[in-house]
Design a protein around this ligand. Structure first.
Ligand code: GH3
Ligand code: MG
Ligand code: MG
Length: 348
C-alpha cells in the first residue's frame, strides 16, 4: 500500500471535492472516500468501474455511488446491514407518515360532514332526521374503518421496525464474535480496550490485560491435525470464560492467541488469575472427539500488564505482548508480569 505525502493527499482531496461539486450527489464522507480513492488511483478496479460509468455518460446517482461504496469500501457485513436497515427504516417511516396523513384526510372529511349536518339542523327546512342520522352513521362507519386501518398499519410498521432492530443487533453481535470459538473477536477487543481505558481513567481504577498464547501449537496441529487443534482453541476459549466474571472480557486476539481485559483489577490480582488459568491446563488431557483417543496435553504462556495512566493503547498491548514473549523465552508454561515499561518481573 502506498502512503501519500501531505502534499499528495491535499491534491487528491482537492480533486475529490471538485468531482463532488461537479455532480448532483450529496457530499457525504462515503462519496468523498470514493472520489479520493479514484484520484489516488491505487485501486485499479474502482477506477475502471468509474471510468466505464463516466465514458458511458451514466448518471452517477446516489444509488450507484452507494453500490460502489459497498463494493469497494464497506467490506464488512455489519456495514452493509446498517446501510440496508437504515434504508428500510426510512421506507417504513415514510409509509407511517403516509398513513397518518391519509387518516388526517379522513378526519377532515368527517369534520366537514358534521359541520354540514349541524348547519343544516339550524335551518328549518333541513332534510328529514332519518336521512341526517343515516349520513352521520355512514360517516362514523367510514371513520371507524379508517382508524382501524391506521391502527393496523401502525402496528405492522412497528413490527417491521422491531424486526429490523433485532436483525441489526444479530449482525452486530456476529461481527464482534469469533466464528470458531464463539467468544469476542479482535474487533470487539479493540473497541472494549478503548472503553475500558476511558473508564479506568475516569474512575482512577486499575485495568489489567492478559495476553495468552498456546505453547508449541504448531507442533500440536502437525501431530493431531488441524480439526483437533480447532477443538483445543474452543476448549481454551471455554476455559477463559469459566475463569472470568462481570465486566471482564475474553477475546480471541488472533490465531492461537487470546486476551482477557480485566477492569478494576490491579497487576497482582491479574497475575494470580493468569496463574489459575495456566494451572487449569496442567495435567489436563485432551481427548480426540471422534475417536476418544487421548492426544496429550497443552500448556499456555501468559503475559500480564496493568494500564499506566496516559499510556497509548498500543503501548499497553505491546507491554502485555512483551511480557508474553518473556514467558515464552523463559521456557513457556508460565506467567510473566510487566511491572513497568522498562522492568519486567517474573511471577510464575
Ligand atoms: P510458541 O510456543 O512459540 O507459541 O509456538 P507455536 O507453535 O504455538 O507458535 P507459532 O506461531 O509457530 O505457531 C502458531 C500455530 O497456531 C500455527 C498455526 O497452525 C496454529 N493456528 C493458528 N490459528 C489456528 C486455527 O484457527 N486453528 C488451528 N487448528 N491452528 C491454528
Ligand atoms: Mg502465537
Ligand atoms: Mg503459540
Amino acid at each position: 500500500m502506498n502512503i501519500e505525502t501531505v502534499g499528495e493527499a491535499t491534491n487528491f482531496a482537492e480533486h475529490a471535492l471538485a468531482s463532488l461539486r461537479g455532480l448532483s450527489t450529496a457530499p457525504t464522507p462515503q462519496h468523498f472516500a470514493i472520489w479520493y480513492e479514484y484520484h489516488r488511483g491505487q485501486n485499479r478496479e474502482l477506477n475502471r468501474v468509474i471510468d466505464i460509468l463516466l465514458a458511458n455518460r451514466s448518471e452517477l446517482s446516489e444509488a450507484v455511488l452507494d453500490e460502489i461504496y459497498d463494493r469497494f469500501f464497506a467490506t464488512t457485513v455489519e456495514h452493509k446491514a446498517v446501510r440496508e436497515t437504515s434504508r428500510r427504516v426510512q421506507e417504513t417511516l415514510k409509509a407511517v407518515v403516509g398513513h397518518i396523513s391519509d387518516a388526517k384526510g379522513g378526519a377532515g372529511r368527517f369534520n366537514q360532514t358534521l359541520t354540514g349536518i349541524s348547519g343544516e339542523l339550524r335551518s328549518p327546512q333541513h332534510s328529514p332526521f332519518e336521512e341526517l342520522v343515516a349520513r352521520l352513521s355512514n360517516e362514523m362507519a367510514e371513520m371507524t374503518r379508517h382508524t382501524e386501518l391506521l391502527d393496523l398499519r401502525l402496528t405492522q410498521s412497528s413490527v417491521t421496525i422491531e424486526q429490523l432492530r433485532s436483525h441489526l443487533e444479530t449482525v452486530r453481535k456476529d461481527a464482534m464474535t469469533d466464528g470458531l470459538t464463539g467468544i469476542a473477536n479482535r474487533k470487539m477487543f479493540d473497541i472494549s480496550l478503548r472503553e475500558c481505558v476511558t473508564q479506568a481513567l475516569d474512575e482512577g481504577a486499575p485495568l489489567s490485560l492478559l495476553m495468552l498464547d498456546i505453547d508449541h501449537f504448531k507442533a500440536f496441529n502437525d501431530s493431531w491435525g488441524h480439526d483437533t487443534g480447532d477443538d483445543v482453541l474452543r476448549l481454551v476459549a471455554r476455559m477463559l470464560i469459566r475463569n472470568i466474571k462481570g465486566q471482564d472480557l475474553a477475546s480471541r486476539f488472533g490465531g492461537e492467541e487470546f486476551t482477557i481485559l480485566l477492569p478494576r483489577t490491579g497487576l497482582q490480582d491479574a497475575t494470580s488469575l493468569a496463574e489459575t488459568i495456566r494451572r487449569a491446563f496442567v495435567g489436563r488431557r485432551i481427548v480426540k472427539k471422534d475417536t476418544g483417543t487421548i492426544v496429550g496435553a497443552i500448556a499456555v504462556s501468559i503475559g500480564v500488564a496493568q494500564y499506566q495512566a496516559g499510556e497509548a493503547l498500543g503501548e499497553f498491548v505491546r507491554r502485555a505482548d512483551g511480557a508474553l514473549y518473556r514467558a515464552k523465552n523463559a521456557g513457556r508454561d508460565r506467567v510473566w508480569a510487566a511491572t513497568t515499561a522498562a522492568i519486567d518481573q517474573h511471577c510464575a
